[in-house]
Design a protein around this ligand. Structure first.
Ligand code: 4AD
Ligand code: MG
Length: 431
């Protein structure tokens, strides 16, 4: 009878005969001893075949097996302080399922283009495995926090008839005789569902035909978007800081090993605890000019500006009350100062830039009708959205957290392309 165990559970099988199923990570040939480093998705274990203890066939198989071959190894679990993971497998049997030849990714330094072309294989590396596990942990924390704080998960459509954010970044697709757009955000729909539930969130892929080639932009990214009735801009920031603190602290607690693999300086993450500092857009403009980055009131921040502001604080910072002119049509105006709106972005620490965009939405029918006109949006496509201001309109707020930018920040990696298994970017849709 085979006793198949996952490597992560190996400690509980000490002294037993077990079977491991996985792939060869590394092979060291020491003549009469063959060291096979085997990984199975849950961990890595060193397996040793000794010529004097196994049959010639088994020893030959251990000698022949090459990097990334799939194999089934049986042996005795032995505690060994020197072995990675603290345990070693003394091999009694090796079955090679498929002998991989000339695995393209070797320990030498490959260029990023080569690695991206081989993303389907690159994801097997320890580093990529750690990043994607942290991503999964972030997503779990996102759902845990929202589900535990009275938010109802209501998912919104991906095929939509109109735009939410910038209409120049819409992906268009045929929809039978008509056309549709891939969703840039689920926000407008969840402004409707708060009328049924009060607090909701959607979580799914969103799409933007971003022509910019930057380290922060994907064309397909995942966004979680909470929306809350009877919550104003201040209340929105309070929710955001609790939410983000919980995510970071949960990753620190549950994914310490992966953060170590990435050599992440966790002292910076340990500081990410609510409350977060808050600055107005006006103050941020002054800060930039004082830092010697000339910046005119009314301009939108670019990556260097966000980095400079973010680096001025030891935890994420809210920038709020942006100019109305460059924010989306649905933003509520500041009372008495209509050139400014009730918007807020959260800039991550360590210069990672914007991870959340959001704010308070227009509650007034008149203002919303005017905005739809000013932004040259097709009014008929938004009649349903106007209805929300006709039938029981309330002050309400919400925000969208970009998962990939959050992963990049928490993992401490410089480019967003490594934060999702198969990134979609300008000029990049393979594999
Ligand atoms: O600031 P954005 O555009 O806000 C919205 O979409 C709102 N409708 C959200 C809401 O209020 N419900 O996008 C929100 C976040 C950004 O802060 C960023 O983290 C991420 O989504 N994001 C991107 N991530 C990767 N690639 C892109 N091209 C992104 N565009 C936005
Ligand atoms: Mg934004």
């Amino acid at each position: 009878m085979e006793n198949w165990v996952y490597i992560r559970d190996i400690a509980s099988a000490a002294g037993q005969q077990v079977t491991i199923k996985g792939w060869l990570y590394d092979h060291t040939d020491k003549g009469k001893l063959q060291f096979l480093l085997v990984r199975d998705g849950t961990g890595v274990i060193q397996c040793v075949a000794s010529q004097k203890d196994v049959s010639p066939e088994v020893f030959a198989a251990a000698q022949a097996v090459a990097q990334e071959s799939s194999l089934i190894v049986t042996g005795m679990v032995q505690e060994d302080k020197r072995a990675p993971g603290g345990f070693e497998l003394a091999i009694t049997h090796v079955e090679i399922l498929q002998l991989a030849k000339d695995y393209p990714i070797t320990p030498k330094d490959h260029g990023i283009d080569f690695l991206m072309q081989h993303r389907h294989l690159w994801i097997r590396s320890a580093r990529q495995n750690a990043i994607l596990r942290i991503r999964a942990e972030i997503i779990r924390a996102v759902r845990d926090w929202l589900d535990g704080n009275g938010f109802v998960n209501v998912d919104t459509p991906i095929l939509t008839p109109s735009s939410c954010e910038d209409s120049t970044t819409l992906f268009e697709t045929a929809y039978f005789e008509d056309k549709a757009y891939l969703a840039q955000s689920g926000q407008l729909y969840n402004e409707a569902t708060i009328g049924s539930f009060g607090r909701v969130y959607c979580f799914g892929p969103t799409f933007r035909a971003e022509k910019s080639k930057t380290r922060r932009h994907l064309t397909e990214f995942w966004m979680v978007e909470p929306e809350m009735a009877f919550v104003d801009l201040d209340g929105c920031m309070e929710v955001e800081e609790q939410f983000v603190s919980y995510i970071v602290q949960t990753v620190l607690k549950n994914r310490a090993a992966e953060l170590r693999t990435l050599e992440r300086d966790i002292s910076r993450l340990e500081k990410v605890v609510a409350p977060f500092p808050r600055v107005t857009y006006d103050e941020a403009v002054d800060m930039l000019n004082q830092k010697g980055l000339p910046f005119a009131w009314g301009d939108d921040f670019g990556a260097p500006h966000e980095t400079a502001i973010g680096e001025s604080f030891d935890r994420p910072v809210f920038v709020h009350h942006y100019p109305t002119a460059f924010k989306a049509f649905y933003m509520e105006e500041m009372p008495g100062r209509p050139e400014v709106c009730l918007s807020v972005d959260l800039l991550a620490s360590e210069g990672y830039g914007e991870i959340i965009g959001g704010g308070q939405r227009t509650a007034s029918l008149d203002l919303l009708e005017r905005r739809i006109q000013e932004h040259h949006l097709t009014r008929s496509a938004y009649e349903w959205y106007l209805d929300l201001r006709r039938y029981g309109t309330v002050p309400h707020s919400g925000f969208g957290l970009g998962i990939e930018r959050t992963v990049a920040w928490i993992c401490g990696i410089s480019h967003i392309r490594e934060t999702i298994a198969f990134p979609r970017m300008l000029e990049k849709i393979y594999p």
